[in-house]
Design a protein around this ligand. Structure first.
Ligand code: DAH
Length: 338
């Protein structure tokens, strides 16, 4: 090997050997391999080397560069290893990691999804409608006369335009029948709004799930069987369900449904969870005259409808005593449902 190059290599390897950190190693690299480094300058002198020695000179140059480069890489790895060890010193890497808090679905979402799942398994499809409604879809088409108390300004949120926040999800029945061709089997979970005083069992925004089944030969036993099955799936087959005669303008006959609540340490009591009934033919007729056809012919078709309170179902499922807990977003409450 060319002597000059050999001495550059020896010096370089010494510099590399004594470098104790990334910085001094880099200084060493620049002083040898940098643009003005000793080896680079020696290499530039190749043009003055006699022709017959050029090849040997070039080989020496390459051999030195290879040796120096690999020495630098080795040293780099060693320095990095020392730095890594120092960073970990004092840390017990065998300690278990701190658990990250996991998110979970809100209890109302869980109940809504569960109710939807049960009914979809029975053949009901999801339907949807607007929360800002007009009086026709919320009341008139549901056979609710202009002087009905539910239409009162004290009970309903009206906009200046005359539109309103829907007071129940029953408006989705109407919107569905306006366009669908029977048989119709739909459910519509969603929010409803009333100017109720807020207390432990009332909110001005609450959640319902509406259902509608229209076909030839839909009967009251179908309604009863469907909803009994639903509540048994929801709360267990031993849960008692009762149908209490009631009045709704859009169904005849109509019922309210109660579920027998058995809370530990309390006397059993009935809790109202839903309204239901056989669709009043008058509702079909309003829709027909609006559609200008006979798609919902009351001579050929019958139907049942129901509307249940999802917040109530959640309260029953988990024994929640105050409905306000469901909207306060207090994680001490919500984390119990994770
Ligand atoms: N819309 C009623 C309410 O909010 C509940 C209801 C009763 C819905 C009877 C229905 C029904 O579809 O047939 O109190």
């Amino acid at each position: 090997m060319n002597e000059h190059i050999a001495s550059i290599q020896t010096q370089a390897l010494e510099l590399i050997a004594v470098a104790s950190d990334a910085r001094s190693l880099d200084d060493a690299r620049v002083s040898v391999l940098g643009k003005k480094g000793s080896l680079s300058l020696a290499g530039a002198a190749i043009k003055d080397v006699p022709k017959e020695e050029k090849a040997a000179f070039g080989q020496s140059l390459n051999a030195a560069r290879t040796a120096i480069t690999s020495a630098i890489e080795e040293k780099q790895a060693a320095i990095q290893q020392i730095a890594d060890r120092a960073a970990l010193a004092g840390i017990d890497i065998t300690l278990p990691a701190r658990a990250l808090p996991t998110g979970a679905l809100h209890p109302l979402t869980q109940i809504r999804d569960e109710a939807t799942h049960i009914l979809r398994c029975m053949g009901f499809a999801l339907a949807d409608g607007p929360e800002i409604e007009d009086e026709f879809h919320c009341f008139d088409a549901l056979n609710t006369p202009a002087d009905h108390p539910a239409r009162n300004e004290k009970d309903t949120f009206y906009f200046d335009s005359g539109k309103l926040l829907r007071t129940h999800t029953s408006s989705v029945q109407i919107r569905t029948m306006e366009t669908a061709t029977p048989p119709i089997r739909i459910i519509a979970p969603g929010s409803a709004y009333r100017r109720d005083e807020i207390d432990a069992t009332h909110l001005s925004v609450f959640n319902q799930l509406e259902g509608l089944y229209v076909d030839t030969d839909v009967t009251l036993p179908d309604l009863k069987g469907t909803l009994e099955y639903f509540f048994h799936e929801m709360f267990g087959t031993t849960t008692e369900v009762r149908f209490r005669p009631h009045f709704f303008p859009f169904t005849e006959p109509s019922f309210e449904i109660d579920v027998k609540l058995q809370v530990k340490g309390q006397a059993p009591r009935w809790m109202e969870v839903a309204g239901c009934g056989m669709v009043d033919p008058a509702v079909f007729e309003v829709i027909n005259s609006n559609r200008k056809d006979d798609a919902l012919n009351p001579e050929k078709l019958t139907g049942f409808a129901f509307g249940m309170g999802l917040d109530r179902l959640a309260m029953i499922r988990w024994g929640i005593k105050d409905i306000r807990l469901l909207i306060e977003n207090d994680t001490r409450f919500l984390s119990q449902f994770a």
